[in-house]
Design a protein around this ligand. Structure first.
Ligand code: NAP
Length: 376
């Protein structure tokens, strides 16, 4: 695979930092451009960033200068692939500008997840939805486009749901989340609000979880999306855990399923290693996207968070439900599988599908802000 230059927009935040950590030794992508707010522009990354991860800032990144956050103003060459980790309000303004300029914007924010021409993608679940990016107006003019990954609780949930939807159909489900503080960004929730406490409200989170599950499990004809019929009711809570969202799920299926059939559906769920997409060898794809932990006290954030390098959902406690059919508990890493790792996996599948071949479009203006023009 040809190595490609990439940029990170929102590079100093919790998700931006995870992008830097995960991309530091990536075999296909090379970070050449960083930007954050106007407060950070012009500073070195080490000066601008309150680094919170347990590995050091890679030395070459620490010395990079943060660029202005618009495509026209960059003083260095703007890469064609932009990973975006911005709050939704800022993303709503900036992401379309980068797409119009000719960049593939791989977004973490909720701003465009439910847009009718924007794919919301988990490669193991609905890679076929990527076809719809060809309908975006910017794709036709500059070659640029927006692709999104789901909300951090939706992605961990949909991985074990997808094989159940395929085999048995899902009629409805009830989910209660216990979400880590890193999911609120930095500085995020005040320590006085969360230590020794549970906060039973995360703004817009329940709505996102409910609508995104339907889009992810839905179908496409290559032009539009049809949501899945499964009904979802979500309760979302913030808890005093640093990383890792835990979710308790009760599910009603359309066809009866035994415990053995459900466990077999999960252990056999290897869509990127099976027929159809076999041979893609995406570097960030876990061998088993869903891992079952049989011990009655698992999964736990402290013990199971890094399964599949933080890219697998760990499921446990599968047992009958007296209201629906079955219930279980799951755990997923919110800034790896729920954010940066998910976006990198989306970029890997876009690369393999040829969506980073921009030869048919005008090259981006290189270097100087004063000369920059939006490609026709
Ligand atoms: P965060 O820690 O608050 O970081 C926000 C980033 O945006 C910082 O780099 C900040 O730069 C930058 N920024 C602020 N204003 C800007 C502007 N006007 N122009 C350009 N950059 C600007 O937030 P986060 O947790 O990384 O989340 C980023 C996005 O990912 C959000 O949409 C969030 O919902 C989504 N997400 C987060 C998680 C998670 O687990 N944290 C999971 C999934 C999705 P400065 O340092 O210069 O202020």
């Amino acid at each position: 695979m040809e190595r490609r230059n990439v940029g990170i927009l929102g590079a100093t935040g919790m998700v931006g930092q995870r992008f830097i950590q995960l991309l530091a030794n990536h075999p296909w992508f090379n970070i050449t451009w960083l930007a954050a707010s106007d407060r950070s522009s012009g500073k070195t990354y080490a000066d601008a960033c309150a680094w919170k991860l347990d590995t050091p800032i890679p030395a070459h990144i620490a010395q990079m200068t943060l660029q202005p956050n618009t495509p026209e103003a960059s003083s260095t060459e703007l890469p064609r692939i932009i990973f975006a980790a911005l709050d939704a309000d800022i993303a709503r303004d900036l992401e379309p500008r980068f797409a119009a300029f000719g960049c593939a914007v791989i977004s973490n924010s909720s701003a465009f997840r439910m847009a009718p021409d924007v794919p919301l993608v988990i490669p193991e679940v609905n890679a076929d939805h990527l076809a719809v990016l060809e309908t975006q107006a910017t794709r036709k003019s500059s070659g640029g486009y927006i692709v999104t990954n789901p909300n951090c609780s939706a992605i961990g949930l949909v991985l074990p749901l997808a094989p159940l939807e395929a085999r048995f159909g899902i009629e409805k489900l009830f989910v209660t989340t216990m979400q880590a503080v890193s999911g609120a960004g930095y500085p995020g929730v005040a320590s006085l609000d969360i230590l020794g406490n549970v906060v039973p409200y995360i703004k817009n989170e329940e709505e996102k979880l409910e609508e995104e599950v339907a889009k992810l499990l839905g179908t496409t004809n290559g032009q539009t999306f049809t949501p899945a019929a499964a009904k979802v009711s979500a309760h979302c809570n913030r808890v005093a855990v640093i990383d890792g969202h835990t979710e308790c799920v009760s599910i009603k299926l359309r066809k009866p399923a035994t415990r053995e059939q459900i466990l077999e559906a999960w252990s056999g769920f290897q869509p990127l290693h099976g027929k159809g997409l076999d041979g893609l060898h995406l570097p960030s794809a876990p061998l088993f996207p869903v891992e079952y932990a049989p011990e009655p006290t698992r999964p736990q954030p402290r013990l199971d968070l890094m399964r599949g390098n933080g890219m697998s959902t760990t499921v446990g406690r599968l047992r009958p439900c007296s209201l629906f059919d079955w219930k279980f508990t799951l755990l997923s890493h919110n800034t790896i599988r729920g954010a940066a790792g998910a976006a990198i996996l989306n970029a890997e599948i876009l690369a393999v599908l040829g969506k980073f071949d921009f030869r048919a479009y005008r090259p981006l203006p290189s270097g100087n802000a004063a000369n920059a023009q939006v490609p026709a």
